[in-house]
Design a protein around this ligand. Structure first.
Ligand code: OAD
Length: 236
């Protein structure tokens, strides 16, 4: 196995696959969220404008289910590596908050978080872990929406810039559990490649971008990551 300890600045770039072993389904494929729920009804601004309560019911179910899940050995391996190597950055497409709950710091959440609310009118953002929500409306009277990037929403410029800064500066990028089909997130690892970083893919399956990677670790995140960080962290 490649020794991650030989790199100075590592970025972990994660997707839904890292949370599978915590009990959270991926988005695509059989059993995926978008196989069970049509995103046009539940995860886009048009749906929210049409029927905010219906969209909130979907997200409250997700908050209840995700809130009952725990970080797994994959999340913990990343947090432990970052603790010993503080130059490590975590860039995730996930909205579940499990990296932070495992102890990772300064996590860049490209697609926002299930655990923040944003006022539709004034744009103020606040943390929230209550399920159910005490109110689906902000004090100003306008609807809250989850502070996440729905289909058709633009990613926050500041968040992309933070991700690009981390990825441009890394000498190794470990992509974990992402199908690499959702843009612009999917192309971020290619920035690291252009800068000469080593690219490592952790995924039981091939992805459309697998060819861009130098190393392929075909297995589950919870099995592969503890081994990958072992030279720095010790056995976990
Ligand atoms: P996907 O559901 O598209 O892909 C999940 C990936 O995880 C697949 O490539 C699987 O092979 C892999 N996988 C499954 N089990 C795994 C395990 N135990 N260990 C490692 N990998 C495993 O999820 P994302 O790529 O994260 O956006 O999807 C990207 C975005 O699409 C999400 O952030 C979400 C969705 O629409 C928003 O919600 C805004």
């Amino acid at each position: 196995m490649i020794d991650l300890g030989t790199f100075e600045r590592v970025v972990f770039f994660t997707g839904a696959g890292i949370s599978v072993e915590s009990g959270i389904p991926t988005y695509r494929g059989s059993g995926g969220v978008w196989a069970a729920y049509d995103y046009r009804q539940y995860a886009c601004q048009e749906a929210f404008l049409r029927d905010p309560d219906k969209v909130w019911e979907f997200h409250e179910v997700r908050r209840r289910r995700v809130g009952a899940c725990e970080p797994n050995p994959g999340h913990r391996a990343i947090a432990a590596f970052q603790e010993r190597r503080p130059a490590t950055r975590v860039v995730t497409q996930n909205i579940d908050g499990l990296h932070a709950r495992a102890g990772a710091t300064d996590v860049i959440e490209l697609h926002g978080s299930l655990w923040r609310l944003r006022c539709e009118r004034c744009g103020s953002v606040e943390p929230s872990t209550d399920v159910p929500l005490p109110s689906r409306k902000h004090a100003c009277g306008a609807w809250y929406r989850p502070d996440i990037v729905w289909f058709g929403d633009a990613l926050s410029r500041a968040t992309i810039d933070a991700a690009l800064a981390a990825i441009s500066a890394c000498d190794a990028l470990v992509a974990v559990g992402t199908s690499a089909v959702v843009y612009p997130a999917a192309e971020l690892p290619l920035v690291a490649r252009r800068r000469g970083a080593r690219l490592i893919e952790v995924n039981p399956e091939e992805t459309p971008l697998s060819d861009a990677y130098d190393v392929h670790l075909r297995g589950k995140a919870g099995d592969v990551l503890p081994e990958l960080v072992a030279s720095v962290v010790g056995a976990t």
